[in-house]
Design a protein around this ligand. Structure first.
Ligand SMILES: NC(=O)C1=CN([C@@H]2O[C@H](COP(=O)(O)OP(=O)(O)OC[C@H]3O[C@@H](n4cnc5c(N)ncnc54)[C@H](OP(=O)(O)O)[C@@H]3O)[C@@H](O)[C@H]2O)C=CC1
Ligand SMILES: O=C(O)[C@@H]1CCC=N1
Length: 271
């Protein structure tokens, strides 16, 4: 079985770990390097995985997943550069850090060492992740396939070019937060209209799940599905008019641009 080293056991690292274990991967094939001792102990306790140093984790792994904050990536690269990793042993690095290009890794690693950049999201935790995968300069089709296979066990996977990664980050990497924000706002509104918190959550979550399922399964566009909900002079038209007047559409356009730009900016630091 493929041995996976996770460098950085934070929010996204935990989503990956939990998703992989739920998908049937054995804890003995997963090893974690985590800087915060209390967090390391928590991960050992929660998931039964071994927590060790970056060097030990990386040397024994087939796939080394880097899931630290963008600002910490250089330190991890420098550490990986000093350990015994080798493309001939079929090892590869997968980086999840927003904005950081594969070209930041490649010059510091053994010649030709393959790096694959990915942008996952936290729903991996429940097997419903969305991950985009882009090969670096030395990653072959077989490396991309291996990464796709790994991440398909925790959700959907698309392959993109690395130049699209900052945009993908704005759409699906950060995307869960936009939906959670919409739910927060709808919850507040529903409770304000006299519905209990518990009932409001049931109504909203199932409405999201149902709407997503229709988008996925019907051949119709979001516009067509929305039109089918909107009775002439009815309730939906009244609500949508307010949302449009308040600038929801342009807010999303500007928000995703800001997210894309922030991703690129994180990659540009220290270049
Ligand atoms: N959260 C998300 O939804 C997504 C995040 N990402 C990317 O994943 C990366 C991690 O994000 P996130 O999980 O939110 O961040 P977190 O801060 O929650 O997790 C990163 C963890 O790595 C630890 N760490 C830092 N340096 C090292 C090191 N040298 N060795 C071992 N562990 C280290 C951190 O410790 P400390 O706290 O001390 O720094 C922290 O516990 C980011 O680059 C982000 O862009 C990508 C997609 C989605
Ligand atoms: O907020 C962030 O920077 C990370 C990257 C995508 C989702 N979370």
């Amino acid at each position: 079985m493929t041995r996976i080293a996770l460098i950085g056991g934070g929010r996204i690292g935990e989503a990956l770990l939990a998703g992989l274990l739920d998908a049937g991967r054995a804890a003995k094939d997963l090893v974690v390097a985590e800087a915060v001792p209390a967090r390391a102990a928590e991960l050992e306790e929660l998931f039964g995985v071994r927590v060790t140093t970056v060097a030990d984790a990386a040397e024994g792994a087939d796939i080394i997943v880097v899931a630290v904050k963008p600002a910490d990536v250089d330190a991890v690269i420098n550490e990986l550069a000093t350990v015994d990793i080798d493309a001939e042993r079929e090892q590869l690095i997968v980086t999840m850090a927003a904005g950081i290009p594969t070209s930041r890794f490649e010059p510091k690693l053994p010649a030709g060492f393959p790096v694959v950049r990915v942008m996952p999201n936290t729903p991996m935790l429940v097997g419903e992740g969305m991950t985009a995968v882009a090969p670096g300069r030395y990653a072959k089709e077989s490396h991309v396939e291996l990464v796709r296979e790994l991440l398909t066990s925790v959700g959907k996977v698309v392959t993109v070019t690395e130049s699209q990664m900052d945009a993908v980050t704005a759409v699906s990497g950060s995307g869960p937060a936009y939906f959670f924000l919409v739910v927060e706002a709808m919850m507040e509104a529903a409770v304000g209209l006299g519905i209990t918190h518990r009932t409001a959550k049931t109504l909203i979550v199932q409405t999201m799940i149902g709407s997503a399922a229709m988008l996925e399964r019907s051949g119709d566009s979001a516009y067509e599905l929305r039109a089918a909900v909107t009775s002439p002079a009815g309730t939906t038209a009244a609500a949508v008019r307010v949302l449009e007047e308040k600038g929801l559409r342009s807010a999303f356009i500007e928000a995703l641009r800001a997210s894309r730009d922030r991703s690129a900016e994180q990659g540009a630091v220290n270049e």
